[in-house]
Design a protein around this ligand. Structure first.
Ligand code: OFO
Length: 162
């Protein structure tokens, strides 16, 4: 059975994942409003992934005979700046999530909660992948600039995300 402290920490992480989903959906809504359908698609896929992260934690709590409790999800921003600025915001957000996942891992070590350590390995690798993806897009935007042509090219590329 999962400890009360670990259950609470994972419930807090579920809230963070759901907020991440909401944040990326807000970014998708911004890009759709700006007619960047590829950027919007990328953000919608990311929003779905974040919800699936929340659900991984949700299922894990029940696998360990715990209970999920939800807290309010904060309102995401509705005003955004340039695509480069938005992806820098995404990276910053993911770096915060990485720190939170690491904290959960530290708690698992402290409590000698080996199953939670194992479960978190997936999230630790996932954070490496997410930060890498964000950095690639930031590098593209910094190298090629934000001229209409380079933004259109990137929009087409991001539309291909599965
Ligand atoms: Fe964006 O990552 Fe979830 O955990």
């Amino acid at each position: 059975m999962i400890s009360k402290s670990m259950q609470e920490a994972i419930n807090d992480q579920i809230n963070e994942e759901l907020y991440s989903s909401y944040l990326y959906l807000a970014m998708a809504a911004h890009f759709d409003a700006e007619n960047f359908s590829g950027f919007a698609h990328w953000m919608k896929v990311q929003a779905d992934e974040e919800r699936s992260h929340a659900m991984k934690f949700y299922s894990y709590i029940y696998d360990r005979e715990g209970k999920v409790t939800f807290k309010a999800i904060p309102q995401p921003p509705s005003k955004f700046k340039s695509p480069l600025d938005i992806f820098k915001q995404v990276l910053e957000h993911e770096q915060k999530i990485t720190k939170l996942i690491n904290k959960l891992y530290e708690l698992a070590i402290k409590e000698k909660d080996y199953p939670t350590e194992m479960m978190l390995h997936w999230f630790i690798s996932e954070q490496v992948e997410e930060e890498k993806n964000d950095n690639e897009i930031i590098n593209y935007l910094e190298t090629l600039g934000d001229s209409p042509v380079s933004l259109m090219m990137l929009d087409r590329r991001l539309a291909e995300r599965k």
